[in-house]
Write a protein that binds this ligand. Structure first.
Ligand code: SF4
Length: 282
C-alpha cells in the first residue's frame, strides 16, 4: 500500500520559508504548500506568493481562520494581541493549520536556518505531525537562503525595503521605523491600525498619555507600539528615522564586507530572533 503520509511546507511570505519551499521543490515532489492568510497581510506578501507559485509550479493553499481579525478581536473582548497575549497566532494561524492537517500522518518542514538552530518554529504537539528542519540538517545559513532566492530569480519580497518580516500589517512586533514605513507605503492600513487602537483606548476609558502608560505597565496593552499611540508615533517620524538610520550606519560599519541589503536583513533578523513571531515570520 502506498505511503499515505502528507508532506507539508508552511510559507509565511518571509524569506526563509520561501527559500525552503524552493529548496524542497524537486527534493520532495509530493509537497503541499500552505499559507495562513489572516486577511491582514501586506499587499507585497500576496504579490510575492503569486510569483512564488509560478516558480514552484504548484498552488500554495490559502488557509483562513473561519473568521477574521474583527471577529476574534470581539471574542477577546477588545484586547489587542501582544507578546504577552498572542491570541492572534493561536486562532488565526495554528488552529487553521491543525484543522487543515487533520489526523493524517504528516511531515512538516520548518524553515529554521543552520545559523539559528536554537530558534523555535511552529512545532505541532499533535502526535501525527513530525517536524523536520532541512536547513539545519543540511547546514543552510542566512547566505545560503539569499543564494536560493537569487538563483530562483525571485529575490526578496518588496516589503523588505521597509520592514524586516512578514505578517499582519498591524503586527505589534514591528519596530518604530517599520510603523513609519507602513504609514508611508500603506497609509490606509496605518489608518486602520489607528482605528483599532483608538477603539481600545475609548472602550477602556483611557484619557491622555500618562493614563494609558500607567495602565499598560499594569499588564494590559493599549497601544500597538510600546509607550505611545500610533498618532503620537507619526508625529515623531523624523526622530524615529534618524535614530534608525544611525543604528543602520553602525551595523553597516561593523559589517562592511557584506553587501548593504544582506547586512540590513541579517542584522535585523539577528536581533529579532528572541521576540519575533516565528510562526508568522520564518
Ligand atoms: S503577524 Fe503579528 S499580529 Fe499577525 S498573527 Fe503573527 S504575531 Fe499576530
Amino acid at each position: 500500500m502506498a505511503d499515505q503520509t502528507r508532506h507539508i511546507c508552511g510559507i509565511s511570505g518571509g524569506k526563509d520559508s520561501s527559500a525552503l519551499a524552493l529548496y524542497l521543490r524537486d527534493r520532495v515532489p509530493q509537497m503541499e504548500y500552505f499559507f495562513c492568510d489572516t486577511g491582514a497581510e501586506l499587499p507585497e506578501t500576496y504579490e510575492f506568493l503569486t510569483r512564488l507559485e509560478v516558480i514552484l509550479g504548484k498552488p500554495i493553499a490559502r488557509l483562513n481562520s473561519e473568521r477574521g481579525f474583527d471577529h476574534w478581536f470581539e471574542v477577546f473582548r477588545g484586547a489587542l494581541p501582544s507578546p504577552q497575549m498572542r491570541w492572534c497566532t493561536k486562532v488565526m494561524k495554528i488552529k487553521p493549520i491543525e484543522a487543515w492537517i487533520g489526523d493524517e500522518p504528516a511531515v512538516s518542514y520548518v524553515a529554521i536556518r543552520a545559523d539559528e538552530a536554537n530558534r523555535k518554529g511552529y512545532i505541532s504537539t499533535k502526535p501525527n505531525i513530525e517536524s523536520r528542519f532541512p536547513f539545519v540538517e543540511d547546514g543552510v545559513d542566512h547566505d545560503g537562503v539569499m543564494k536560493i532566492l537569487d538563483d530562483a530569480g525571485i529575490g526578496l519580497p518588496d516589503y523588505y525595503e521597509w520592514r524586516t518580516r512578514s505578517g499582519c500589517y498591524f503586527c505589534f512586533y514591528q519596530r518604530k521605523a517599520e510603523w513609519v514605513g507602513l504609514a508611508e507605503r500603506h497609509p490606509e492600513l496605518y489608518e486602520r491600525a489607528i482605528a483599532i487602537e483608538q477603539k481600545v483606548l475609548l472602550d477602556a476609558g483611557v484619557n491622555g498619555d500618562a493614563d494609558f502608560s500607567e495602565r499598560a505597565m499594569a499588564g494590559r496593552q493599549y497601544t500597538w507600539s510600546g509607550g505611545e499611540t500610533l498618532v503620537q508615533l507619526r508625529t515623531r517620524r523624523q526622530e524615529i528615522l534618524d535614530k534608525h538610520h544611525a543604528s543602520m550606519e553602525r551595523i553597516h560599519e561593523a559589517r562592511r564586507s557584506i553587501p548593504v541589503l544582506e547586512a540590513l536583513v541579517g542584522a535585523l533578523d539577528d536581533d529579532d530572533d528572541t521576540s519575533a513571531c516565528v510562526v508568522c515570520a520564518l
